[in-house]
Design a protein around this ligand. Sequence first.
Ligand code: UDP
Length: 328
Amino acid sequence: MKRVLVTGAAGFLGSHLCDRFISEGFYVIGMDNLITGDLKNIEHLFKLENFEFYNHDVTKFVHVPGDLDYILHFASPASPIDYLKIPIQTLKVGALGTHNLLGLAKEKNARFMIASTSEIYGDPLVHPQTEEYYGNVNTIGPRGVYDEAKRFQESITMAYHRFHGLDTRIVRIFNTYGPRMRLNDGRVIPAFMGQALRGEDLTVFGDGSQTRSFCYVEDEIEGIYRLLMSDYTLPMNIGNPHEISIRDFAEEIIKLTGTNQKVIYKPLPKDDPMQRQPDISKAKEILGWEPQVGRAEGMKKTFDYFKSLSKEELEKTEHRDFKEVNRK
Ligand code: UDP
């Protein structure tokens, strides 16, 4: 039985990855320090014989007994609100955590994958973003702690690949959504879903002309899995290229949820990227992968998930004001 370590296992993508590896017949070791993860996302796995969980902070030395065939480093805060609340941890998990896990991968002779991000392109001046674009990142801005940690993570991974011959993969993940998204991280989908369900107006930041391209989680996991199993070692974009402005997205959610709220406008957070759309030519050509789930279908499934939450859970999606967490 192949053995895989998934860090960030109790998080949104990490938990879906654990499910995927279990369904592929792997022995899965999940690791998380539960700062932003939630055990609820993996509680269904605890009864399985081929799953175990370590509550561990990967910025400290990581020890896992036995062989490992694959290590996927998916632990990290992943929302602008989190970067403001826990900036040092965000830097450490991307930098020190990656270093520890690369050391573990070398020791175990395991294939290593990091969850990189469209954020390494910053506020992009090239559209859509190809893997060759170097990005436009403000190193000292509020998102810098995430963006630079992720950029460092790519560099150190390539260094281990080139210098130590480690077998590595780098996936650049674009905005992804679906069941188990964290409720209280202030990201646009939990925010809008929560507002629609509570009967509040939807808060669009700026004039809403900024764009994003949202990928349904099943598609994202399929792309990640195919990249892991391929022999491609350079960074690859995995995301849905179907782009929409945040203003139109808010209208779409109002229609989908059948509510009659209005859109209200709030100030645009600093360094909020104006446009984002993955160029997925490489994934199509090399992995034969492209998203299968359209936004209408994916958003409906996601709305069903939010509707199924208890009232207390839904309260967590309450609008998060950046000023609340921004230190002077
Ligand atoms: N956004 C918004 N209202 C909200 C939360 C987010 O208009 O209540 C906007 C945000 O300014 C950004 C986009 O939605 O332009 C996506 O934000 P998110 O935090 O989900 O992710 P990211 O900016 O990292 O793509």
